[in-house]
Structure formats: C-alpha cells, structure tokens
Design a protein around this ligand. Structure first.
Ligand code: AMP
Length: 323
C-alpha cells in the first residue's frame, strides 16, 4: 500500500535514475545483508531496465556476503556525470567506497533517522522494516524491472533486517511487498534461510561463549567485552558479534544489551546495542554513533568511554522500568 505522496516521490526517484548514464550505488561501512542485498538488487534492477547505463555497486567486499552477488570497482576518474545513490546509511562519513568519487548529485533511500547527508531526492522512512523493503516498493511502483535473482536478494534483505519478521517495523506493507517478491521468484525459503543463518560450528561455539559471559544486571542491562584474543580463539572477525546480537532478543531478563568488541586493527571498540524497550539511538548519538530506536551502534576509542556508555544505558533501563 503506497500513499500518493510516496508515489510522487518514487516517480521522482525513477526519473532521477533515468536521467543519468553513470550510477554509483553505495551503502554503509561494515555492511549487513540488508545494505548489500539492497545495493546489489537495485544495481541489477537498473541494469535490467536500462541495459545501456553503467551501474556500479561499490564498497568493500565481505567474503561471507559473496553469495548475494559481486560488487564493482569502477574507475571514478573516467566518470563525467555520475549519480550517487546511497542506501541504508544516514551519515556521510559512514558511506563506504566513494572517497574519490566526484558525483553530480546524491539520491538517498534509507530507513535510519537522517543525519548529515544532503540529497536532492531523499526518501527516508524510519518506519520501514528495511532498506530492501523500500527498494522493493520502488521497483514495484515504477517501471524498474524485477527478476528472480533480484527478488531473492530483496527477500534476504527484508528477512534479515526485520529479524525474520519479528521486529517492530514489520508491518502489513512488509508482507505486501514480500508477497509480490514471492510471485516473481517462487522463493525457495529453505535455501534462502540457509544462506542467512547457516554458520560454521566455531561461530556456534562463539555464541555459547557470549551466552556464558554476558553480564546481566538487576536493571536488565546486559553487556560483554569481547577481546581480540577471544575473536582469535573462536576464529571469528570483529563484525561477527554485531551479526549475532539480534539472537539475544528473546531473553526474559534483558531490556538493553551491548556487545563491546575490541578492534585492534582500527584501535577502537566496535559497539553494538539492542533494546526491547528504552530508546537507545539518542544515547548512541552522544557517543558519536547512531542507528535505529532499538538497534544502534558506535565506535569508541577508550574503555573509559565504553564504561560511560554502559552507565548511560543502565540509567535508561532504570528510568524505563520506573516509568
Ligand atoms: P550494528 O550493531 O553494527 O548492526 O548497527 C546497528 C545500527 O546502528 C545500524 O543501523 C547501523 O547503521 C548503526 N550504527 C552502527 N555503528 C554506527 C556508528 N559508528 N555510527 C552511526 N551509526 C551506527
């Protein structure tokens, strides 16, 4: 169900895409399946609709996400008038892979609260389950084309960011868009869920490690500090805890939980926070981070900052319970 106002905006997005011969599609650093799948699906849909256009999905490749499709490494110097489409990211400094790109304009599609990206055409809707849902709505309501592969990627993005249709932004529209995707691709749910959720045994052992070491206090705040040594012991990378944190959504005693992961390479701590009640992105913003109301992140340089963040989240839990 697309409102008329959205229909106008979607047409504007379509017309902008139509206008450019060179299009670069970017997303946030440290991508998740929603970001990557949206990016690859939109690139493939534009290429299918307009085979003469040069369309690139850019940013660092992540080996475990190669199953969704490959990314491009275009030569920005050869571009004369490129459109930059940014997906699933509200902050300029977190857009991956566009450092040397001289774009003509930005078009943005995202479900995070906007930060500092200034796009002439901007479709931001924090009530959408995922950016993949928005890209699906764009395709379904314009002349952009869809095929089986594109539909599969969009489905994966939606499933992953809605945590299998369990998070608060899962709505009638989410299922409505998925219904259309199923029509096109006859989605093989079992194989697609395998792609998202099958993990090596070492990662399952790491989950057990997190479960055993998560500290949960009397206010419902849970936290764990994961060292580089821990990551090495379980043969997982610095992004893995963020990929696992949603799995702690159904623990009775937890209200807010935070995974703090040592990132030796970048000399910082990668922070992932989730909530089943208190709004956390306002707190993450204070620590130079951001995200959604109930799913946020940040990068911190010192353990003192980490401890302050833990304290603030603890206070948020206490206040929430008192209300
Ligand atoms: P993550 O825990 O990494 O899955 O991130 C949860 C949410 O917070 C996502 O919407 C991210 O885009 C956002 N986020 C993560 N890290 C940062 C950061 N350093 N700055 C702003 N937003 C972030």
């Amino acid at each position: 169900m697309i409102l008329i106002i959205n229909k106008l905006l979607l047409n504007k997005i379509y017309k902008t895409i139509k206008k450019y011969d060179e299009i670069v599609i970017a997303r946030h650093v440290g991508p998740d399946p929603d970001a990557i799948c949206s990016q690859i699906a939109l690139r493939d849909s534009i290429s299918l609709t307009f085979p003469e256009k040069k369309v690139y999905a850019v940013g660092v490749s992540v080996s475990k996400f190669k199953k969704f499709g490959s990314l491009n490494k275009p030569n920005y110097k050869e571009m004369t008038n490129p459109l930059l489409i940014v997906l699933d990211v509200p902050n300029m400094h977190r857009i991956d892979g566009i450092e040397d790109l001289k774009y003509t304009e930005i078009l943005k599609i995202d479900h995070h609260p906007n930060d500092d990206i200034k796009a002439r055409v901007d479709w931001t809707d924090i009530n959408k389950s995922s950016t993949a849902q928005m890209v699906t709505e764009l395709i379904l309501n314009t002349k952009l084309k869809l095929n089986e592969n594109i539909a599969n990627n969009l489905f994966l993005g939606i499933v992953s960011d809605s945590e299998r249709f369990s998070l608060k932004n899962t709505t009638y529209d989410t299922f409505d868009t998925v219904k259309e995707l199923i029509k096109v691709s006859n989605i093989d749910f079992t194989s697609l869920y395998d792609i998202l959720y099958t993990r090596p045994f070492s990662e399952h052992k790491f989950i057990a490690f997190i479960t055993n070491n998560l500290v949960i206090n009397e206010n419902g705040l849970g936290y764990i500090k994961i060292s580089d040594k821990d990551l090495k012991e379980f043969n997982v990378d610095v992004a893995t805890p963020s990929n696992l944190i949603n799995g702690y959504n159904f623990i009775d005693e937890l209200l807010v939980w935070i995974f703090i992961t040592e990132d030796v390479k970048n000399k910082q701590y990668k922070i992932s926070i989730r909530s089943r009640g208190p709004i956390i992105n306002t707190i993450a913003n204070h620590y130079n981070g951001g995200g959604h109301k109930y799913a946020s992140g940040a990068k911190l340089e010192t353990m003192a900052e980490v401890d302050n963040l833990i304290k603030d989240l603890d206070t948020a839990c206490k206040d929430y319970e008192n209300k």
